[in-house]
Design a protein around this ligand. Structure first.
Ligand code: AMP
Length: 430
């Protein structure tokens, strides 16, 4: 029989790398809480229609990348449905906002999520078919101030603070405005006209986009197409006064708060629901897939999926890419546990478990050795995982005085059992 492997584009995350994932998630939760965000958890699969309407039929995600299946009825009371593994989480959050009538509270909703998303993309470094996103949405009825440019600036400030706190140095924030849906429609037509003579010289994807969704041409990464794209009209010239003023207010707040950014006229983002502010944070260490996160405002999304008017702004960060960036920055120090307990002989195993239990209950990270090991092997194993080793033999048990060796200093000391937890909790080298 052939051996079974994880499906292409999916992978197992193993320790010690999972510790880094946990640290990223814990930092995100802490920073989000400071900005008064609460967590939302939506289902991993949804009705396919949600993504078709919410993300847009013409997007690559919906037209090519979704994992969709017919879910057959199992009982008379059920009907066969077309379901999809979520390719992103904003549509699910907005569906939940509508379903639970969160807008009726009149309050601005600040929600974050952490979880897997699924897209059938061509796998490469930093691009997977199951990947994890950490994202957040700020959404509410217009009376809650959800349209205010201050909200955009606050979200960007939060992201800059989160990346800094994670230790990700050297990020770049790109921002742009894609205007209202009327501005976008106008710009789309301007682009469509401009592309008629140019598209035949461009890549096949651009030839298709020039007809179906001209805005997407600006996302093209094919080197030969770049000089042509540079000559195309810019969206800034299609924005109405209101959109221009909104964008100016966002950048004014960023300037005042000291959040650095660059304006990127080509940033229109891959999803149809964006209006006004769009943004992306990139990092040079990532190679071709250099986007750490992306997001923007989506003032018409709730209405597009059948809900009340609920302007909002949100983002999704690729957690896999945060991990890659942090690994490349090489700032990671493997955390070792407090102690390794080495029982001298198998007869000492039960006493070793009792000692480990005592120390763990005192809050220490303890690895429990094995009495059948020779002392040399215990020392070798212990040094890899712990800062100190505690030797437990008949004499130590009887006297209540344990031998502790500190690997950082190489010193060996005798410690009464009552003081053991405090000694092991002290930082190494102390
Ligand atoms: P999007 O939902 O396309 O705006 O993507 C937001 C962020 O999710 C991107 O900036 C990436 O960091 C991450 N991301 C998107 N697609 C993938 C993927 N296939 N694999 C890993 N990360 C991804």
């Amino acid at each position: 029989m052939s051996t079974l492997k994880a499906v292409r584009g999916t992978r197992d995350l193993l320790p010690p790398e999972t510790a880094l994932w946990n640290r990223i998630e814990a930092t995100a939760r802490t920073v989000f809480a400071r900005y008064n965000f609460g967590e939302i958890r939506t289902p991993i699969f949804e009705d396919t229609a949600l993504f078709a309407r919410g993300v847009g039929e013409e997007t690559d995600i919906v037209s090519k990348e979704m994992y969709t299946w017919e879910d057959r009825a199992r009982a008379q009371s059920e009907k066969t449905q077309t379901l999809t593994l979520r390719p992103e989480n904003t549509a699910g959050v907005v569906r939940a906002y509508i379903e639970h009538k969160l807008g009726e509270t009149g309050q601005l909703q600040k929600l974050y999520y952490i979880g897997p998303q699924f897209r059938r993309e061509r796998p490469q470094k930093g691009r997977y078919r199951q990947f994890s996103q950490i994202g957040a949405e700020v959404i509410g009825p217009p009376s809650s101030g959800s349209e205010s440019p201050l909200r955009d600036a606050e979200v960007l400030d939060m992201l800059a603070s989160l990346l800094d706190e994670l230790g990700i140095s050297g990020w770049t924030l790109h921002i742009n405005s894609v205007g209202s849906s009327a501005d976008r429609a106008r710009y789309n037509e301007t682009l469509r006209a401009a592309l008629i003579p140019l598209a035949p010289q461009m890549c096949v994807d651009c030839q298709r986009r020039a007809v179906t969704n001209p805005l997407r041409v600006l996302d093209c990464k094919i080197p030969e197409d770049q000089p042509i794209i540079e000559t195309l009209p810019k969206i800034v010239d299609s924005l109405d006064e209101e959109s221009k003023n909104h964008f100016a207010a966002v950048t004014a707040a960023l300037d005042m708060a000291g959040v650095p950014y660059t304006r990127n006229h080509r940033l229109v983002r891959g999803l149809d629901y964006y209006t006004r502010t769009t943004f992306e944070f990139t990092h040079g260490g990532l190679g071709a897939q250099n986007a750490l996160l992306g997001g923007g405002r989506y003032d018409g999304l709730s209405e597009a999926i059948g809900g009340p008017k609920a302007p909002g702004i949100g983002f999704a960060m690729g957690e896999d890419r945060l991990v890659l960036t942090l690994q490349a920055l090489d700032t990671l120090v493997a955390e070792k546990g407090h102690a390794y307990i080495a029982p001298l002989g198998e007869g000492m195993n039960p006493a070793a478990l009792a000692l480990a239990r005592e120390l763990r209950r005192a809050g220490l990270t303890v690895e429990l050795g094995e009495g059948s090991f020779r002392l040399k092997k215990s020392f070798e194993t212990a040094e890899k995982v712990s800062r100190r080793i505690v030797i437990l033999g008949e004499d130590e048990l009887a006297s209540g005085i344990l031998t502790v060796k500190d690997f950082a200093t190489g010193t060996q000391t005798k410690v009464p059992r009552a003081e053991l937890a405090a000694v092991l909790a002290a930082p190494a080298n102390a």
